[in-house]
Design a protein around this ligand. Sequence first.
Ligand code: ARG
Ligand code: GLU
Length: 751
Amino acid sequence: MKKLILSLTFLLATRLLFAVEGMWLPLLLGLLNQTEMQSLGMKMTAEDIYSVNKGSLKDAIVQFGGGCTAEVISGQGLLLTNHHCGFGQIQQHSSLEHNYLEDGFWAKTLKDELPNPGLTVTFISRIEDVTAAALAGVTEDMDKKTRQSTIDKNLDAIKKAAKMEAYEESMIRPFFNGNQYFMFVTITYKDIRLVGAPPSSVGKFGADTDNWVWPRHTGDFSMFRIYADKNNLPAEYSADNVPMKPKHFLPISLDGVAEGDFTLVFGFPGRTNEYLPSYAISQLADVLDPARVMVRDKTLAIWDGAMRADAQVKIQYASKQAGLANAWKKWQGEVLGLHKTGAVKKKELYEADFKKLVAINPKFAKYQNLLPQFEQLYRDITPYAEAKAYFDEILGSNVELLRMASRFAGIMRANDKNGEAGFYEEKKKVQDGLEGFYKNYGPEIDQRVFAAQMEVLVKKLGKEFQSDLLAQMLANAGGSYEKLAEDIFKNSVLTNQATANALLDKPIAEAMRGIMSDPACQLYNSLRDIYVQSISPKYNEYNDQIDDLQATYMRAQMEVFPNKKFYPDANSTMRCSYGQVQGYHPQDAVTYSPQTYLEGVMEKYVPGDYEFDVPARLRELYEKKDYGQYGEGGKLPVGFIGSNHTTGGNSGSPAIDAYGNLIGLNFDRVWEGTMSDYNYDPSICRNIMVDARYVLFIVDKYAGANRLIKEMKLVHPKKPVPAAPTKEKARKPQLKSQSGSIREEKPLEKE
Ligand code: ARG
Ligand code: GLU
């Protein structure tokens, strides 16, 4: 008997492990996903997740500050999102006396919650498929311009006709490369206050070293609150505003997760490209990503060295470094994952099937040339795309002097275009930005980056993309990039705030002459000419054709594979991803289990380290194993991974259990799986979540912010409600969860 139960449990456990690709539109779940979601363990219906008639999960989810997701976790508008999503606000409220970044912040009462001008959160009231009306009158043989203007007119009409409340807004977005259109009716709240944040040594624990990596031990969360006017409607900040009462908020499960548990991630993923041809993937993995990584390798090595050598520089470059390093690391994971899973080969096999089906069906004759056309276009665009990648990286984010030069060059162009008025208008904008730029600028560091990156431009790019001026300056420096950098940095006024500002304050004619003769500006202008004349015209020409072709290819894939389930690429609109708690096996002899614990934080602890320090209070709680109701078998869970398909923008998204309770908070993906933006592979694509119990533990036991715990609804969906004390009854527990849903009996634990 025991053996039978064991093998049954095992069978169940293995059978249950499934990964599901896709970021689905909440209003279509009933049609497309409900059955599969329930087979993965979900106990809810699609209507519980998205409903226009009653409060549903979607009413607890908001887009936070444009680029992240957050969720409502109390009846008083309390919001949970990532630490890195609230980072800007936490930083803004920080000073040397009140260093909330360093020490954390916990508002003691509602009155202590801090307003954040400019920060908004957006609820989705409803979503409507408006494809038919959007594409009315559009024909296949229409030229691009007529097509677009017809659609634009249609969209205007749809919006005008939409039934909305005064406080609602609407937006319409294209899906499947313009083959479908959905309208989103939204409500945006504008008074959002900071409630709490852990210290960075918890909220950003592991920093860059651990970023995009599992196993992870970061408590990446912060809390805000939505305030509304007396009618519970959006209002600008006012001291009279009150906590908003949501239509729905997420109860929080104290029961944690086990491998195989159903998970739903709900949020606003930013951008994916899942339906590209193989040629696009090779271009990305073999040309574009490696080029960008190589450029950033050089910059980061120089910045890193300087930051380690000097505490002041470390502060100055911290935020720039985090930004550059985040994508740099992601791209490396992307290349690795694309190669590892044979993404190009996979696409090629798919394309072979496509071609076969197209060849035998006369209806698809119009699609016969699609793939060869792509092949040609990607071949044509690649040199321009590569050059563009180098220029965008080097001029746009790596060499800071050239970024400043581009602003000065902007003044020149404004003057050429609009005369004095243009000059003054642009000059003011540039002057307003000087302080912020130079506060965090180290010219000696940038000079070394400049030398390294000019060598990249000269050595990596073909003749047609070379600047004569750069060649001449290099020759004047005897061919030495270091000498070239020294010459430019010595002679440019842009290397420090005082001289840069003084130049702008000169009379117009003199200032213009000064800008024109500044070597950094001259070099920037010469590089910009290359970009404008030799890169972007061709790049844009091919890219427009690729866009058109991609729209056709998207439609073609849907027609040629009518039984394949398609989900639209992410476009910052509300989506659901679902899967299960699941470890993975990235390489020979390496297997990752899906849950981390506080033990792991302590294993990584390096006293005083910028990335791996652990606050004393947390070490104390660990020593005492004082985890309250948040521990599990004497250990405190910290993070877990699952097979949910996510991307940037899903930061702060709730991880929800089978019943609709919060179990975690999404904040990252595993390194090998970052390629899921182009090629989701169930074997290695995992999203990373903070365990809800770690969040609660930090709020409650670490910070003592008890008033917040009190307003939340903590539930035990997995634990049976205590039954009558007879032996019979005790073995057959009643299984009504506290969140109100009936659940099935769980297989018995191993005895
Ligand atoms: N990789 C995550 C994301 O793309 C987390 C970034 C914040 N953490 C950091 N160490 N920079 O946003
Ligand atoms: N950290 C990402 C964000 O800010 C989420 C991780 C991902 O890209 O999946 O949205």
